[in-house]
Design a protein around this ligand. Structure first.
Ligand SMILES: N[C@@H](CCC[C@H](N)C(=O)O)C(=O)O
Length: 288
């Protein structure tokens, strides 16, 4: 089975072309692929499937608007609603493989349609949709509490502003959080303003651990930073405006908030391709 390896600001993915939806990708298979010692190694898997063959009725309903569906899986095999770096790498793959033209078009995700803008090469921009600010929350690292803002980008985030350099954080273990506030788990961002509309950020992702970047997380951090300067913003209230530069461990992303929606822009790189042994991948499970 063919695979491609790619990354967006070092948030890395195994891309599996499965246009007709023939691969029954189990959680175990995704986790094996992402294993950095016994597998290919990645933060997540991007299965490339035609929307009409997604195998999920809510997604297949988008087939008239988007030819391709990003089936995203975390490194532990769990399914997530959205991945901001993933959609950009996915789009770069489609153009590289001749499955989509450079320009503007929609991709289907579990969070709905996402509009992509990209050229023959270079950065990929995506309309990430309207962030939903849901009020305050708390994360705990090494027994210390960090106040944060809950922001849904289709997937759940808790973005915590900190005063010390993000490099000083010990993220060897998953931050603790209020399970009742996040029954589906949460991605936890720690950000520090380092200039005008300029943040540095680290993230501990649900299902993947600490990663070197998280696209949805950078938008959540920008929203939390903007709300921090407008503390009267009510949960469910309007989306702040502005352009933010967010430095992550793996590079730099740009987030634009325009009061209606959010945009994420940055690099998306394809680095290798090869063949996965089907017997190893499926380990006796069905491939239709
Ligand atoms: N790295 C991604 C987010 C991937 C999903 C996340 N771990 C979750 O479970 O919600 C991004 O770039 O947005």
């Amino acid at each position: 089975m063919r695979f491609i390896k790619g990354h967006g600001t070092e948030n890395d993915f195994v891309i599996l072309p499965d246009p007709d939806g023939r691969l029954d990708l189990t959680a175990g298979m995704a986790a094996r692929l992402c294993d950095r010692r016994a597998g290919v190694g990645a933060d997540g898997v991007l299965r490339v499937v035609r929307t009409k063959a997604a195998g999920e009725p809510e997604v297949e309903a988008l087939a008239g608007d988007a030819e391709w569906f990003m089936d995203y899986r975390n490194a532990d095999g769990s399914v997530a609603e959205m991945c901001g770096n993933g959609v950009r790498v996915f789009a770069r793959y489609l153009v590289d493989a001749g499955l989509a033209a450079p320009g503007e078009w929609d991709l289907a995700t579990r969070s709905g349609l996402r509009r992509i803008v990209l050229g023959e090469s270079g950065d990929v921009s995506v309309d990430m949709g309207a962030p939903a600010y849901q009020g305050g929350g708390e994360a705990f690292v090494g027994g210390r509490a960090y106040e944060g803002k809950r922001v849904s980008m289709g997937n759940p985030h808790l973005a915590c502003r900190i005063d010390d350099p993000v490099a000083a954080l010990d993220l060897c273990r998953a931050p603790d959080f209020d399970q009742a506030a996040f029954p589906e788990g949460v991605n936890v961002e720690f950000f520090r303003p380092v200039g005008d509309n300029h943040l540095e950020m680290r993230v501990y992702e649900r299902g993947s651990g600490e990663t070197r970047s998280c696209g949805t997380g950078t938008v959540a951090a920008a929203v939390a930073a903007a709300i921090g300067s407008a503390p009267d913003t009510p949960a469910g209230g309007g989306i702040p405006q502005g352009e933010w530069t967010v430095d992550v461990l793996g590079g730099r992303l740009t987030v634009t908030l325009d009061g209606q929606t959010s945009y994420l822009k940055g690099p998306a790189v394809l680095v290798a391709e090869g063949e996965i042994r089907r017997d190893w991948l499926t380990e006796g499970r069905s491939v239709r």
